[in-house]
Write a protein that binds this ligand. Structure first.
Ligand SMILES: [Zn+2]
Length: 203
């Protein structure tokens, strides 16, 4: 161990031992950032999950590695870029969006990936639409039927849907709902759970 895993500083000193079930680890203290750490670090375990998740989600929001490092350092202090890169690599196998990130970034600028609009009715609602993902999905023949859904969502975003349909009194809404005989779109249940499980295995 020659440098601090948090800030890369070489100003580290030995600070006792940590006794685990099967081994005794050397503990260190970093004089620069004031953090303690141990000799042996298990990949992905030396940082709290929230930092790793923030890294992966920033990366998937379109920031590049260097920008992710900057975002993290503002919030949590310096983290080596190689560490961040290893998280992103590990998560790309389970995080479905990672697989399409690069393709999406060729067509969308980061700030255009998600459309956001605020609506007010009794309280503030944030409408968000991941148009980059939606566009990606609509490329596939079997998803073409959802193009009307995209049009609809875009109209909501552009405030072209008359807002009064959202502001009916509850009673009126119920009445209308019972009159509604439209066929529901066949929506496939996506195995979110298994993805979540594999994500958890990294924590
Ligand atoms: Zn340090």
């Amino acid at each position: 161990m020659d440098s601090c895993p948090f800030c890369n500083s070489k100003r580290i000193i030995k600070a006792g031992k940590v006794k685990l079930k099967r081994e005794i680890l050397q503990r260190y203290f970093c004089k620069k950032c004031g953090k303690f750490f141990q000799e042996r670090r298990i990949k992905n375990k030396s940082y709290p999950a929230r930092i790793i998740l923030q890294a992966v989600s920033s990366y998937n929001s379109g920031y590049n590695l260097k920008e992710v490092k900057e975002i993290l350092s503002r919030k949590f202090g310096e983290i080596p870029q190689s560490t961040i890169y290893s998280w992103i690599k590990d998560f790309s196998q389970v995080c479905t969006f990672s697989r399409i990130r690069n393709e999406i970034l060729q067509k969308f600028k980061r700030e255009e990936m998600i459309l956001r609009q605020k609506f007010f009715h009794h309280q503030l609602y944030l409408f968000q639409m991941h148009q980059a993902k939606l566009n990606y999905q609509l490329k596939f023949e079997e998803n073409k039927k959802f193009s009307l859904l995209k049009e609809y969502l875009l109209k909501v975003y552009e405030r072209k849907i008359p807002e009064h349909i959202f502001v009916l009194e509850d009673e009126e809404l119920e009445k209308r709902a019972s009159q509604l005989k439209a066929k529901l779109l066949p929506i496939e249940k996506i195995e979110k759970e298994s993805v979540a499980k594999s994500l958890l295995s990294f924590l």
